[in-house]
Design a protein around this ligand. Structure first.
Ligand SMILES: Cc1cc2nc3c(=O)[nH]c(=O)nc-3n(C[C@H](O)[C@H](O)[C@H](O)COP(=O)(O)O)c2cc1C
Length: 219
């Protein structure tokens, strides 16, 4: 099978948000699609390792901020390259809270959806959800696509993320930093090669499960 053929499926990019008892959590996702109208039904696929997924299973409700082509690359890194287990991601962005769910202030549009069903696969959980509200659509703005991400945007994200990590490294005592490793969020493989992870070629894939670099996070 030509796995790369699947990249030809058009996906957008979204910041997913959810509420835990005392804070908001969130993740970058591309696996979202509207599959029915009247009622408006969307599907969302989350990796089983995602903390946001765990939170949605408990709360049954989530927000989506649709990203525009003008989004700052660091927003992608903030939500896609680290887990809410360790970071309060919503503290790092300009957010807007509505009905107790978080949204990116500058999103192209904002959606609130309630889970009505789910299906669990070995690596992912598929949520089927009904759209309860959709608002603040910025007419004329252009959505960022997964294809944009793969065709150049990702390099900007990696560069900005690396810069923030370097700053943190300088501010954090060495012993604490030494423990951080790039981990595959799909299979748990820990990268320990000699080449710095950021410098691995863009088409490098996880030697265990074959997913790309974007599905690794620093833990
Ligand atoms: C371009 C891109 C697309 C992604 N798409 C998804 C997705 O559709 N579903 C998902 O669960 N994770 C996706 N991820 C990975 C999560 O954003 C990432 O694992 C995140 O750290 C999970 O955070 P959490 O543990 O706070 O939920 C994507 C990451 C990137 C960089």
């Amino acid at each position: 099978m030509e796995e790369e053929a699947l990249y030809a499926i058009s996906n957008g990019l979204y910041v997913l948000g959810a509420k835990e008892s005392d804070r908001y959590v969130g993740s970058l996702v591309d696996a979202v699609s509207q599959v029915a109208i009247g009622p408006n039904i969307i599907i969302l696929s989350c990796m089983n390792t995602s903390y946001t997924k765990e939170t949605i299973e408990k709360s049954g409700i989530f927000s989506l901020s649709i990203l525009s082509k003008k989004v700052a690359p660091i927003v992608i890194a903030n939500f896609g390259y680290q887990s809410s287990r360790n970071v309060n991601k919503w503290d790092n962005v300009v957010k807007e809270i509505k009905d107790d769910l978080p949204y990116l202030k500058d999103a192209l549009a904002k959606i609130r959806a309630r889970v009505i069903d789910k299906k669990v696969f070995p690596n992912n959980t598929l949520f089927i959800a009904e759209v309860e509200d959709a608002f603040e659509y910025q007419q004329g703005g252009e959505p960022l696509t997964y294809r944009d991400y793969r065709n150049g945007f990702k390099e900007k994200v990696m560069t900005e993320f690396k810069a923030t990590q370097n700053k943190e490294e300088k501010a954090t005592p060495k012993a604490e930093n030494a423990e951080k490793k790039w981990v595959c969020t799909v299979c748990g493989y820990v990268y320990e090669g000699d080449v710095p992870f950021e410098e691995l070629p863009e088409d490098w894939v996880c030697p265990l499960c074959g997913v790309g670099k974007e599905l690794f996070e620093l833990r």
